[in-house]
Write a protein that binds this ligand. Structure first.
Ligand code: ARG
Length: 456
């Protein structure tokens, strides 16, 4: 494609250099936003008397037809164009003639790309927010169905205390709710218009930045034109928020992988979200969860890459900044892709309550409650603690659990034991009594459900 910047240079760059310089291969994704920005800019120029009404109409019509033709596939991107901005402008001039060349008055590609990227990321972030909302909804459904399923809670991956499956799932619900908050927060700061900053210093034309900002749905304008074209904080903020979403998805994936192993068998994943082995017929592999865990690395890389690109840049625009797009696009697509498979995988995941219950029993995780029972009958805690330690050892020797050890065994250890010890140490009792705020008991569960539902 012919160069528009022929001036001090002859605009005859080497083909390899042209290719190296070109960003159309990836910034073509922003064609809608580029046209949207240009339409607002043209309307502003007309309002300020810089374009005539009929010039503005011609430009508006031309841009509209380009948008239509790209969307319908009738117009293909020219891979030799320098970027999406040059492509659309050249196409406009080809369609409507010289008046197309007036569109770039009081504008630079520097503020143009900055506005396009903000618009694009604003739209994409809304999509991710919708997916997170859906994921929390799925977690709430699973939690409500599993509110009486008892499982071991872990510390150090050692069985620690009985909890419910629902309580465990809602922990993730809280993480994803915070992730939504981070995205909304980044959106707020991001939603200011850099358009009108021009190359870096503003313009001598009497333009109206507030007009374009309003028309494009921004809450305000960037107050400093140098900052307007140099700022990519919003990319970093979004990438950091995406990295945390991936961290949460990855931790959850790790648990789903463990839970679906034969060692745990706490859950069964739907066949729709597992794969078989090419050699071992018994295998059902949690590939989706593993891939989500694996793809987390890419998003962290996108964050690190962007921070590194920005860290040494003098003000204002530098071509290095063209590197922002592939990272942020990759991150956003990876997160969207991971969520798209993760949501139905969790929705169709079947808990296996018997296995969870058995695992909870085997960990002697009600030993503290048994000691407390003796304390309730008048034994000092230290003595009770010792007696329970001996009873645990007895259970191990007999291959049983505290809930099933016969009463005679208990009586032999301490005459204060009676049949009421069994309900006192049942896993159900242990869970049901933990109704402290945020605990795993049923009252706390209802409160957590309300908390999340109010925020969706
Ligand atoms: N393709 C460029 C980018 O993505 C657009 C801005 C070009 N500006 C310039 N002064 N060369 O950053």
């Amino acid at each position: 494609m012919a160069k528009m910047w022929e001036g001090v240079t002859a605009a005859k760059t080497d083909a390899i250099a042209d290719d190296f310089n070109s960003s159309i291969g990836f910034d073509c994704k922003m064609y809608k936003q580029d046209i949207q920005g240009s339409l607002a800019h043209a309307a502003m120029l007309a309002k300020c008397g810089i374009l005539t009404i009929s010039e503005c109409e011609a430009i508006t019509e031309g841009l509209g037809s380009i948008l239509e033709d790209i969307s319908s596939g009738k117009l293909a991107f020219d891979p030799t164009a320098e970027d999406i901005h040059m492509f659309v402008e050249a196409e406009l001039t080809a369609r409507i003639g010289d008046v197309g060349k007036k569109l770039h008055t009081a504008r630079s590609r520097n503020d143009q790309v900055a506005v396009d990227l903000r618009l694009y990321l604003r739209d994409e972030t809304e999509t991710i927010l919708g997916q997170l909302r859906e994921l929390i909804g799925v977690l709430l459904d699973q939690a409500k169905a599993g509110k009486n399923i008892i499982m071991p809670g872990y510390t150090h991956l050692q069985r620690a205390q009985p909890i419910t499956f629902a309580h465990h799932l809602l922990a993730y619900g809280m993480m994803f709710e915070r992730d939504m908050g981070r995205l909304r927060d980044a959106l707020k700061r991001m939603n200011v218009s850099p358009l009108g900053s021009c190359a870096l210093a503003g313009t001598t034309y009497e333009t109206d930045r507030l007009f374009t900002a309003k028309r494009l749905g921004f809450d305000g304008i960037s107050e400093n034109s140098i900052d307007g074209v140099s700022d990519r904080d919003y990319c970093v903020e979004l990438l950091a928020a995406f990295s945390l979403i991936m961290t949460h998805l990855s931790r959850f994936s790790e648990e789903i992988i463990l839970w679906s192993s034969w060692e745990f068998k706490f859950v069964e994943l739907s066949d729709a979200y597992t794969t078989g082995s090419s050699i071992m017929p018994q295998k059902k592999n949690p590939d989706m969860a593993e891939l989500v865990r694996g793809k987390t690395g890419r998003v962290f890389g996108d964050l690190m890459g962007t921070l590194t690109v920005l860290k040494g840049l003098p003000l204002a625009y530098n071509k290095d900044m063209q590197e922002d797009k592939e990272s942020i696009f990759d991150a956003i697509e990876t997160v969207a892709h991971c969520l798209a498979v993760f949501i139905p995988m969790v929705a169709t995941m079947k808990p296996i309550p018997e296995n969870m219950y058995r695992a909870a029993q085997k960990g002697f995780i009600n030993a503290t409650d048994l000691a407390d029972y003796l304390v309730g009958k008048g034994r000092p805690f230290r003595s009770a603690y010792k007696t329970v330690g001996q009873l645990v050892a007895r259970c191990i020797a007999l291959g049983t659990v505290l809930d099933e050890l016969p009463l005679e065994e208990y009586k032999a250890a301490d005459e204060l034991f009676d049949a009421d010890l069994y309900p006192a140490i049942s896993l159900e009792t242990c869970v049901a009594r933990r109704n402290s705020l945020g605990g795993c008991g049923p009252e706390s569960f209802e409160r957590q459900v309300r908390y999340l539902e109010e925020r969706l």
